[in-house]
Design a protein around this ligand. Structure first.
Ligand SMILES: Cc1cn([C@H]2C[C@H](O)[C@@H](COP(=O)(O)OP(=O)(O)O[C@H]3O[C@@H](C)C(=O)[C@@H](O)[C@H]3O)O2)c(=O)[nH]c1=O
Length: 179
């Protein structure tokens, strides 16, 4: 795993380190020791699978409040996504700023989102699957969201939104949110 810093401290684009031979490739998608060497906590306790039949599907922007904040390590295993995280850490110099990364299976890249970030993605192709590990159990009472189209965030989404849950369409704007 090769860690590339991003404009938001603590968030990394993680390149999978490939070992290639005539059979194909091998790479570690998670290694607690390598995370520790990078100074990152690696206690990821739940693995999630997100299957999205339709291009343009949007999920997000989600986070859990203290003490249930989650680290997320995300990988697109089929199709393609535009993956976005927003810094919602109180007092952070980059509070409210976002970054986006295109993830595809062939790019061999993942996104490491530290605690205190809202996360969401849009699928760029039909039949897209995202697998990700999280550091805290799902806690509905602590779950919060921000609107993907909040003008203050001004997130750029590549496609018109074709599918979105009722909940995701009705999250509060950041100004009114619990973050
Ligand atoms: C997230 C989650 C959902 N569920 C259930 C609740 C619900 O019935 C169903 C679908 O939940 P949601 O609509 O919240 O699924 P989804 O919108 O895919 O939620 C996910 O979105 C992305 C962007 C994230 O960052 C994740 O952390 C997670 O919040 O699955 C669990 O049982 N465990 C979980 O960890």
């Amino acid at each position: 795993m090769i860690f590339h810093e991003t404009a938001l401290s603590g968030a990394y684009v993680v390149e999978l380190e490939r070992y290639s031979d005539e059979r194909g490739h091998f790479a570690r998608s998670f290694c607690r020791e390598e995370l520790a060497r990078q100074g990152l906590p690696g206690d990821l306790v739940q693995g999630n699978v997100s299957v999205n039949p339709t291009r343009g599907t949007l999920r997000g922007m989600h986070y859990q409040v203290a003490p249930h904040e989650e680290i997320k390590l995300l990988r697109c295993v089929r199709g393609a996504i535009w993956d976005v995280i927003v810094d919602v850490r109180q007092g952070s110099p980059t509070f409210g700023r976002w970054i986006g990364v295109e993830l595809t299976p062939a790019s061999f890249r993942m996104l490491y989102a530290p605690a205190g970030f809202a996360h969401g993605f849009q699928t760029l192709l039909d039949d897209t699957e995202v697998n990700y590990l999280v550091s805290a159990p799902y806690t509905p009472a602590a779950a919060r969201g921000l609107r993907h189209d909040d003008p203050r965030l001004a997130i750029t989404w590549p496609l018109p939104v074709t599918r979105i849950s009722r909940q995701d369409a009705s999250w509060p704007l950041m100004q009114a949110a619990d973050c």
